[in-house]
Design a protein around this ligand. Structure first.
Ligand code: ATP
Ligand code: MG
Length: 330
C-alpha cells in the first residue's frame, strides 16, 4: 500500500492507495476560505496551514483506509511544481514518515499525477491515450504511451485555463476560486449571448488565454457596471464556453493527429461542467472513449500522487533524505 502526501498549493491532502490502483482513502483539507479574502493563495499562509494540518490529514487517510503505518509499503509525495514553502512541508512530512520506518519514498511530479488520475480503479484507462490537463497553473495536451511518463504535445503560451477562470471571475466581481463560481453562475446564463474570441496560436497544439481575459475586461467596461451586473450569468456562460471550446479544439486536433482512441481529462478545470459535457460530445462524435475522473480526483488530491507513484522510481532509505522540493520541474 502507498501513503501519498500532496501539499503543492493550498490543499493539504493525504491518501492511501493500493498497488493495483484501488483508492482506500483520499483525504483533503481545502484552505480556500483562508485565502478568499486576499483574492488568491498567499504562499506563506498556505505553508503554515500545511504544517498545522499535515499530521492530521495523514492520520485521517490512514483511519479512513482502516490501516496503520504498519500496512504502508512506500510513501509518495509531490516534489513539484508548486509553491516552494508548501511543497517543503509535505516533503518533510513524507521523509520523516518514510525514514522512521526505513520505507522507500517516491518523489512525484504533480502534473504526472493529473495525467494518470484516470488510471485509478474502478475503471482504469490503459495507454495509449491523449490527456488534456487544465489546472490553475498549467494547461497542456499530452500523449501517454506508458504510464510512467507523458509527452507534452502542446501547452499554454500564457495563462492557464484555471487562471483564465479565476481572473475572469475577478473581472465579473465574483469570489475566489473563480472556476466553480463561474461554472455555477453559467447554468443560469446563455452561452451564445455574447461573442468571445476563440483564437488558437499557430498551427501546433498550443493554447492562449490572455486575449480572452482582456476581451472580457473590455466587454464588461463597454456594458457598464449596471448592465454587466444584470448580465453576469450570460457573461459567465459565454466566457466559460469560449474557454471550453478552445480546450476542446486542441484536444480534438491532438486525438486526430495521434490516432488514439482513448482520451482522459485531468486538473481542476476538468471539473467544469461545460468542458465535461463538451468532451463527452466530442468523443462520441469522433468515436473515442473518454475518461473523466470524479471531481475529487480532478482538483488537487493525494490519490493521483499515489497513482503516479505506482509507476515512478522508489528511492531507498536513506537516499531521499537530501531530496529537495522544486517549484518548477525540468
Ligand atoms: N468547476 C470548475 N470550472 C472551472 N474551473 C474550475 C472548476 N473547479 C475548479 N476549477 C479551477 O481549477 C483550478 C484549480 O485546479 P488544481 O487544483 O488542479 O490547480 P492547481 O493545483 O492550483 O494548479 P497546478 O495543478 O497547475 O499546480 C482553479 O483555477 C479553479 O478555478
Ligand atoms: Mg493541481
Amino acid at each position: 500500500m502507498i501513503l501519498a502526501i500532496e501539499t503543492s498549493c493550498d490543499d493539504t491532502c493525504a491518501a492511501v492507495v493500493t498497488a493495483a490502483g484501488e483508492i482506500r482513502s483520499n483525504a483533503i483539507a481545502s484552505q480556500g476560505l483562508l485565502h478568499e479574502r486576499y483574492g488568491g493563495v498567499v504562499p506563506e499562509i498556505a505553508s503554515r496551514r500545511h504544517l498545522e494540518l499535515a499530521d492530521a490529514l495523514v492520520a485521517d487517510a490512514l483511519e479512513q483506509a482502516g490501516a496503520t503505518l504498519e500496512d504502508i509499503d512506500r510513501v509518495a509525495v509531490t516534489r513539484g511544481p508548486g509553491l516552494i514553502g508548501a511543497l517543503l512541508v509535505g516533503l518533510s512530512a513524507a521523509k520523516a514518515i518514510a525514514a522512521a520506518r526505513r520505507l522507500p519514498l517516491v518523489p512525484v511530479d504533480h502534473l504526472h499525477g493529473h495525467v494518470v488520475a484516470s488510471t485509478l480503479q474502478p475503471d482504469p484507462i490503459e495507454p495509449p491515450y491523449v490527456c488534456l490537463v487544465a489546472s490553475g497553473g498549467h494547461t497542456f495536451v499530452a500523449r501517454v504511451d506508458e504510464p510512467s511518463t507523458y509527452a507534452i504535445l502542446g501547452q499554454t503560451l500564457d495563462d492557464a485555463a484555471g487562471e483564465a477562470f479565476d481572473k475572469g471571475a475577478r473581472i465579473l466581481g465574483l469570489g475566489y476560486p473563480g472556476g466553480p463560481i463561474v461554472d455555477r453562475l453559467a447554468r443560469d446564463g446563455d452561452a451564445s449571448a455574447l461573442d468571445f474570441p476563440r483564437s488558437l496560436p499557430g498551427d501546433g497544439l498550443d493554447f492562449s488565454f490572455s486575449g480572452l481575459k482582456t476581451s472580457l475586461l473590455y466587454r464588461v467596461r463597454d456594458l457598464g457596471e449596471q448592465e454587466a451586473a444584470e448580465r453576469r450569468a450570460d457573461l459567465a456562460a459565454s466566457y466559460q464556453s469560449a474557454i471550453a471550446d478552445a480546450l476542446l479544439a486542441r484536444l480534438e486536433q491532438a486525438v486526430a493527429r495521434e490516432g488514439v482512441e482513448r482520451v482522459a481529462l485531468g486538473g481542476g478545470v476538468a471539473a467544469n461542467s461545460a468542458l465535461r459535457a463538451g468532451a463527452e460530445a466530442l468523443c462520441e462524435r469522433i468515436g473515442a472513449r473518454l475518461w473523466t475522473p470524479p471531481i475529487a480526483l480532478c482538483t488537487d488530491n493525494a490519490a493521483m500522487i499515489a497513482a503516479a507513484a505506482r509507476f515512478g522510481e522508489p528511492v531507498a532509505y536513506p537516499g531521499y533524505l537530501d531530496l529537495d522540493a522544486a517549484a518548477r520541474l525540468a
